[in-house]
Structure formats: structure tokens, C-alpha cells
Design a protein around this ligand. Structure first.
Ligand SMILES: [Zn+2]
Length: 108
């Protein structure tokens, strides 16, 4: 697994552009942004990096590291799941456009 560093280059998974705007997840409080993502300034695609889930949502989704999940109609590969606090999980994801077929198989 590759460590996620601030120096990591972010590239739009749809058009390959490096012209992006990052929105960091707010760690300070509930009013801040829940998820972390970046938006491509060329094609407008929003790409998630961290998805926040409650314990209840985690139970419903039953996901684990390596699985493919869907967010806003795009497939993502789960890199890491981190439990924080009593009721929140952070799902670190990487956009994986090639995983569309896997996603369909999961749905049944
Ligand atoms: Zn793009």
C-alpha cells in the first residue's frame, strides 16, 4: 500500500488533468466538510479521497479494504478503513474507473 502524502500528485481519473482543486476534510468539527475530495477544473469531475461513514452506514454497506464502492456514480477502490471516535469511520479510497464491472457484480 502506498502512503498518502501531501506531495502526492492528484490527477483527474476521467480526463487526466492535473488542474484540480482540493477540499480537505474538516477534522475540527461537525460543521466542516465530512468527506475529502478534489474537483477537476477542466472537466468538473469530483473525485473522493476520504469518505466518512457512521457506524450504522458501515454495517449496512459491509465493505472492507480492497473492495470497490460507488460514490456519485463512480467506482472507487478502498485503500484503508480507519475508525475514529465512537461512531465514525473514514474510508480512504482511490478512483478506479476500471472497476465498473466489479461494482456491478457486487450489486447482484
Ligand atoms: Zn477532469
Amino acid at each position: 500500500m502506498q502512503p498518502v502524502t501531501s506531495a502526492e500528485r492528484r490527477i483527474c481519473p476521467d480526463c487526466g488533468s492535473e488542474h484540480i482543486s482540493v477540499t480537505q476534510r474538516g477534522f475540527a468539527g461537525k460543521t466542516d466538510e465530512r468527506h475529502q475530495f478534489y474537483v477537476c477544473l477542466d472537466c468538473g469531475r469530483m473525485t473522493y479521497e476520504i469518505l466518512s461513514r457512521t457506524a450504522r452506514e458501515m454495517k449496512l454497506e459491509r465493505v472492507s479494504t480492497g473492495d470497490v464502492i460507488e460514490a456519485d456514480g463512480h467506482p472507487y477502490r478502498i485503500q484503508r478503513i480507519l475508525k475514529i471516535g465512537l461512531d465514525e469511520h473514514l474510508i480512504y479510497v482511490r478512483a478506479d474507473n476500471d472497476a465498473k464491472r466489479e461494482l456491478r457484480a457486487r450489486r447482484r
